[in-house]
Design a protein. Structure first.
Length: 164
């Protein structure tokens, strides 16, 4: 069904474009012949016998341009609908799990685990001592008394320098 609809759309579009081009070419020819006849007749003082060509040619041109515009507008809108949106959707579908994984990894890596300074094992950030080697994972800030990570160079609570 969709294929048939597409074919019909393409046919309508093609028809509009072909008729539009024919109308423009015909209208252009009529306009040129009509105006040439009009001006040469005026120059020689005769009644312009082909003036009616101008009267047909100009509306033909206008309709032709409108049909071409419509034909291509349809093409543009179907292009936007059929090509761009699925590409965006696909990109979004592919990116969102990756973004989720990344944010998860960032959360786990940065906030929820702590690397043991003694053996390098990953421990939950809430633990006080390494589950693998017993090394203290936290120390007490000498300035404010809060518990900070054993590797912390500065206290996260008061900003005191813990290197000294
Ligand atoms: Zn350890
Ligand atoms: Zn402190």
């Amino acid at each position: 069904m969709e294929e048939d609809d597409k074919k019909k759309h393409n046919l309508t579009k093609r028809g509009l474009q072909v008729i539009g081009i024919i109308l423009i070419l015909g209208g252009l020819a009529c306009t040129v012949i009509g105006s040439v006849n009009f001006f040469s007749s005026i120059g020689s003082g005769e009644i312009p016998s082909l003036f009616w060509l101008l009267m047909i040619g100009l509306p033909m041109l206008t309709i032709g341009v409108a049909m071409l515009t419509f034909g291509f507008r349809r093409e543009i809108s179907s292009y936007v609908k059929n090509e761009t949106v699925p590409v965006l959707n696909e990109a979004g579908e592919e990116l969102s799990p990756a973004a989720e994984t990344l944010s998860k990894a960032l959360k786990e890596g940065a906030a929820d685990t702590l690397c043991c300074p003694g053996c390098g094992a990953e421990n939950s950030a809430e633990l006080q001592f390494c589950e693998q080697c017993g090394t203290a994972l936290t120390k007490t800030c000498p300035a404010c008394g809060q518990s900070v990570s054993a590797q912390a160079r500065f206290c996260g609570h008061c900003g005191a320098n813990l290197n000294e």
